[in-house]
Write a protein that binds this ligand. Structure first.
Ligand SMILES: Cc1cc2nc3c(=O)[nH]c(=O)nc-3n(C[C@H](O)[C@H](O)[C@H](O)COP(=O)(O)OP(=O)(O)OC[C@H]3O[C@@H](n4cnc5c(N)ncnc54)[C@H](O)[C@@H]3O)c2cc1C
Length: 442
């Protein structure tokens, strides 16, 4: 695997600049409800949902309702990134949620349009990208680009805040229950992303985290001694942030060494030949490839920093150790007991245990998901659920069809191309027959 060690100055892009925005109607509504019917409901407005809705717009499918817990396009994605203080993306300029094949303004075009707002370092990275080299994308540019995509494809005004609890397919339509409202659609696309992995029940008896312990994507107090549990890039970010705030950090990792694992995958999997390699083998080999190629990050910027902190005694690393129990004592001190019997006491513990793809279980009836080894049964050509052909998936849930890159932004673009074209074809075929209102009798 190629290792890319970005120099520290590349990672310091400014955040929160004011970007010119296309005039667009406001985001649909946080308090109000969407129409009761739509041609298509997209669940999840992250980069995947944004890509699908934009692609459907190009296909002429405009009667779309997007439902997201947060109610704004890509809200969770940027909340998570900002929580970790990340200023640049892990993926290069070519990986963006724009629509394939429609001559849209792509991420690199957008960045060039706003040249005057970029720092000299950011401009040099664009030139690197144009010359075909690996380049670093500022989060600021990516966020402004997502806002541009949402405005230019009318996604914001179709996005409604709601937690989808049930997706019930019938022969002619699919009913989506989202707490305060219900929408019936001909087709539903699940763009659910990934949820954080919870700690095993045995750590504190299950349920909410004990006082003084939080997950990586939750607010955590400043100051004091901190324990970080987890081996991935998220853990590396948390540790780096705590060290730069002058905190003493204790790092527990299960593996014998650091891996900085993240959503980076072997770059061949972003290209047709990599997907072909995945396509041409059976289920067991695909599972093996998934594990083999989602390993260490190709960005190794943390390694020198953390090694130095360990040498200085500001960071204590517990390699090859697993957590047995977490408890909060008198005065709020958190104690993490390791399986080896060692104990670590601190003011706060943060758990960065990774994420798991949401595959539609808990929303669709289990028999329709067809779960196998944690993955749904999807049609390889259209990405519809084999047992619920009016429901499709885009994003991480498609990884056993498209390969490990499905969990990254560029993989969403490949999935979007397949899923949106199939839905648009089905809508065109169905529309002349009878309207959705007639089909569902409302
Ligand atoms: C810190 C961090 C940095 C990353 N950086 C990169 C990067 O640089 N490049 C890259 O390619 N990938 C990166 N990733 C991976 C990244 O998460 C995905 O590429 C991207 O967010 C996936 O988009 P998505 O739309 O599939 O998921 P999400 O962005 O998670 O969006 C899914 C949305 O669906 C909503 N949702 C889920 N279930 C429901 C429900 N039942 N009802 C209503 N709404 C629901 C969620 O709340 C969320 O808003 C990063 C991940 C993290 C955590």
């Amino acid at each position: 695997m190629i290792k890319f060690v970005p120099e520290p100055h590349l990672l310091d892009s400014p955040r929160g600049r004011d970007w010119p925005r296309l005039p667009a109607p406001p985001v649909a509504g946080r308090e109000t409800r969407p129409p009761a019917t739509a041609e298509v409901v997209v669940v999840g407005a992250g980069p995947a949902g944004l890509a699908v809705t934009s692609a459907l717009w190009h296909h002429g499918v405009r009667d779309v309702v997007v439902i997201d817990r947060d109610g704004r396009p890509c809200g969770r994605f940027f909340d998570r990134i900002d929580r970790l203080g990340q200023r640049v993306l892990r993926s290069p300029y070519e990986h963006h949620p724009g629509v394939e094949g429609y001559r849209d303004c792509e991420l690199v075009d957008f960045a060039r349009l706003h040249w005057a707002r970029l720092t000299p370092v950011e401009r040099r990275e664009i030139r690197m990208s144009q010359a075909g080299h690996r380049s670093v994308v500022p989060v600021d540019v990516f966020e402004a680009y997502c806002a541009h995509l949402a405005a230019s494809h009318h996604v914001g005004e179709k996005t409604w805040r709601g937690e989808v609890r049930e997706v019930l397919p019938a022969a002619d339509a699919v009913t989506v229950h989202a707490g305060a409202f219900t929408v019936t659609a001909r087709h539903v696309v699940l763009c659910l992303g990934e949820e954080r992995r919870p700690a095993p029940d045995s750590w504190w008896g299950g349920g909410p985290t004990p006082p003084g312990t939080s997950y990586w994507d939750e607010p955590a107090p400043d100051g004091g001694r901190q324990i970080v549990v987890g081996a991935g890039l998220t853990a590396a970010h948390l540790i780096t942030n705590a060290l730069s705030a002058g905190r003493e950090v204790h790092w527990v990792l299960r593996d014998p060494g650091e891996r900085y694992q993240c959503a980076d995958v072997n770059s061949t999997f972003f290209r047709p030949e990599g997907r072909k390699r995945f396509d041409s083998v059976g289920w067991a080999d695909r599972l093996a490839l998934m594990n083999q190629f989602r390993r260490a990050s190709i960005m190794f910027e943390f390694q020198p920093l953390l090694r130095q902190a360990e040498a200085d005694g500001r960071l204590v690393v517990y390699r090859g150790e697993t957590v047995a129990r977490i408890a909060t004592g008198v005065g709020g001190t958190v104690t993490v007991r390791l399986a080896s019997g060692r104990r670590i006491a601190a003011d706060h513990a943060v758990l960065a245990l990774g994420t798991a793809p949401s595959i539609g279980d808990g929303l669709l009836p289990a028999e329709l998901v067809g779960e196998r080894d944690g993955w749904p049964a999807l049609d390889e050509r259209t990405l519809v659920f084999e047992r619920a052909p009016r429901v499709s998936a885009v994003g991480a849930a498609t990884a056993m069809v498209l390969g490990p890159a499905a969990r990254n932004i560029d993989g969403h673009r490949v999935a979007t191309t397949r899923a949106a074209a199939a839905i648009a074809a089905a809508v065109r075929e169905e529309s002349p027959v009878r309207t959705l209102r007639e089909a569902v009798g409302v």
